[in-house]
Design a binder for this molecule. Sequence first.
Ligand code: UD1
Length: 430
Amino acid sequence: MEQYIVKGGVPLVGEVEISGAKNAALAIVAAAIMTDDKVVIDNLPDVRDINVLLQAIEGIGAKVVHRTENCVEIDSSSIHSVTVDYEYIKKIRASYYLLGALLGKFNKAEVALPGGCNIGSRPIDQHIKGFKALGATVDIEHGMIMTSADELIGNHIYMDVVSVGATINVMLAAALAQGSTILENAAKEPHVVDVANMLNSMGANIKGAGTDVIRIKGVEKLHGTEYSVIPDQIEAGTFMFAAAATKGNVLVKNVIPKHLEAITAKLLEIGCCIEEYDDAVRVIGPDQLKSTHVKTLPYPGFPTDMQPQIAVTLGLSSGISIVTESIFENRFKYVDELARMGANVKVEGNTAIITGVDKYLGARISAPDLRAGAALVIAGLAAEGFTVIDDIVYIQRGYEKFEDKLTALGAHIERISTEHEAQKFRLKVG
Ligand code: UD1
């Protein structure tokens, strides 16, 4: 099992290039199978979730050719099945986008119930509600979601909760439905907009993405396109908080600063200096971080996917911070690991009360999920001494070349598989 070993205490300094947004790319790869023409996707992050999804579409007959590490050509004219195996799906939750894509294209889809990060119960009732509203039947049998329709017909759909996944899934299916769909209380995340833009570039007629009412006029068919995925706002935010927690100075490049507003606002509140450019943001960490309060909310609020990273950083601030998680019910599992590094955090329900400490001390810890795993790496980078992080497979799901990018910023971090490699690292960095 691979681990990260980190020797902390080094401020991160330099420049880092942000990859394409994993969560946008997952839906964009699914959308690509909705045409028989060739689709080229650029700025695709080379991360495990994306690679599993590419294998899943190959499994049903699509042809995937890598032009480069971050650019693929997808030819779906040879898809011969609408049944997507559990083997792929258990690994990635967003495989459910194949439901909307296959239902839209073939009026039928069978996809295993999703797996993914273990951050609390994650119902898909709103996805199902949307498909049913478009005239599909939906059944769950033997761990598979089966949906089909004689024809999909546009409808007026009100989402009971703001859900990124359900918004995108219904948008995918409705793009090829007959007539118009109005989706109310839609999610407004940048990746919802990116998927709508990509579908429009394939000939779809989607308006209003990025607001809470999305209007989709179904079209008869979609055509090929070449599309570049937006930068990953969560990867960018992770490096921004890593700069803050290590008292570093990092220029985070290839970002859309507008997508990072909630993150930069909090970094300013805790005493960081921020410089914004057209497609880059510089974060300079202060000698002493200040405490603050934060509550996760749907976009444009503070993202739940940044909650562990800000909490780890606030653990090193002066004073008491309160972090409230309002999207997922079980997203504080990393707190026990952080406590092993000396953090003072008390969790009450969906709230973490964080009393800042002067420093973290390196320890052996394990990543409980993707974003918390990245946050614990930040803790290791800021800590005194050596930290060994287990279960980094979670981190590899969503961060491209994470250790390489950190090393380029001066961090002492290595991916290791044996105790011998750990010893070598310890000798090397002293
Ligand atoms: C996506 C992101 C994930 C992020 C989350 C919230 C992807 C692949 N993943 O997940 O990284 O943390 O958005 O920004 O893009 N809900 C329901 N019924 C549903 C669907 C959702 O009750 O049918 C609830 C969920 O339990 C949760 C909330 O709605 O409390 C938001 O979930 P949602 O936006 O759907 O998250 P995902 O799309 O799964």
